[in-house]
Ligand binder design. Sequence first.
Ligand code: ADP
Ligand code: GLC
Length: 485
Amino acid sequence: MRVLMVASECYPLVKTGGLADVVGALPAALAADGCASRVMLPAYPSVLARLADARPVMREDDVFGGPGTLLSARGEGGLDVLALDAPHLFARDGNPYLGPDGRDWPDNHRRYAALCAMAARYADAPPDGWAPDIVHCHDWQAGLVPVYRMRATRRPPVVFTIHNIGFPGLFPAAAVAELGLPPERFAPDGFEYYGHLSFLKAGLVFSDRLTTVSPTYARELLTPRFGMGFEGVLAARAADLTGILNGIDDATWNPAADAHLAAPYDAARLDGKAADRAALQAETGLDPDPAALLACVVSRLTDQKGLDLLAEALPVLLDGGGQLALLGSGVAEMEDAFHALAAAHPGRVSVRIGYDEALSHRLVAGADAIVVPSRFEPCGLTQLIGLRYGTIPIVARTGGLADSVIDANVAALQAGVATGFVFEPVDAEGMRHALRRALAAFADRTAWRGMIQAAMRQPVGWTRSAAQYRALYNDLAPNAKDSGP
Ligand code: ADP
Ligand code: GLC
């Protein structure tokens, strides 16, 4: 079985969020299951810099204004990559989607249409003979693949995964002609979305199967609140939509062998975690207080993530003797609000604005709890990382957060399976209540230790979910041959 993944980011080559983690980790998990994958993505400068021995496999003279070459390479960790080198579209440093002014690049429709067109062409007639049995597209940037597939002769089934419905990939109607899309499909039952072209809708309407990244989000998506205008389209395709919970790469995220930590640890040797905690307090300027509940956040700072609720509820944590260490970046007002909180509570609240992978490891290892108060969360990965590191998640009851954390209610505590605190309603009062519960549990050292053990026992790797993707691929391509591990 050969799967061509198409996505705009892939860890460790380029990453802005969890999409990259998933696209980077799923291929290795699938390989163990006899399924070979290649990831097609744009050759941004950061990607080119990390690909040794890339060789051209396909060339087009004109991909929306310049030549495009598909480079084949073996990336770190054995990841097979097909990078679309089209300098007029992708030779730009920094965030893949945004220009220096912080706005979307004005030619994003051409950039990602080029990726989709190249993926469809490659799947149709791969010059190197690697004919995929399945094309697996991720989020709006890959949404036009099944449209460009229409003019191909070889048409492998397309799976489309929704990582976040909040990004519809909308462009003016004029883009339809510019991108060479079939004009008759610019209609409500095609890729038209209220007078605009939507790449996401193209993926939702024309792919053979749809998945999203948790069972709860799959259900939520059918409601107006979470479907964000696509609930009707999704209702029409409900029979083809499944939720498969993400995993994390348990080699990248392994407290027993994490080079970023002051001291490695595992469930049987938690003294390392205490050392990491002390090191983290020193590094972030928090008081060296062993009795404080140290909560952390690693997140994009956007409305989705609900961190304004944490800011509002913060007095409960601080009055309970707790501390907060936050790492994140995003909306300027939210960055400013957290800076102000840090200034108001020196030694108790530490805020680092920016993107820092090494610090994110030290935060999750050193903290006692990780807070994820999202208003919606298709899956969420940081609560899974928290579980793996024995760092108790305090999460909103939505999407993948609801599917991955076992609330510390009485029954779960008695059964020894509670792994975190799950709250609703998702508002400041709900957040306050969850913080109070966490503080009370933290004060009971035996109960807290039991939760750490249960959290670290919970499987958060890819094994189970990769098997679910594999079953879906088998269903769509029953005659594909096993590629061997
Ligand atoms: P989303 O994709 O919606 O941002 P996820 O929880 O799925 O949320 O994935 C976020 C990923 O990005 C995680 O791997 C997390 O550790 C990482 N991350 C988010 N913000 C930062 C940051 N400021 N510094 C380092 N890593 C971050
Ligand atoms: C999106 C979602 C996040 C999910 C990630 C990977 O960025 O916001 O919840 O974990 O995709 O699927």
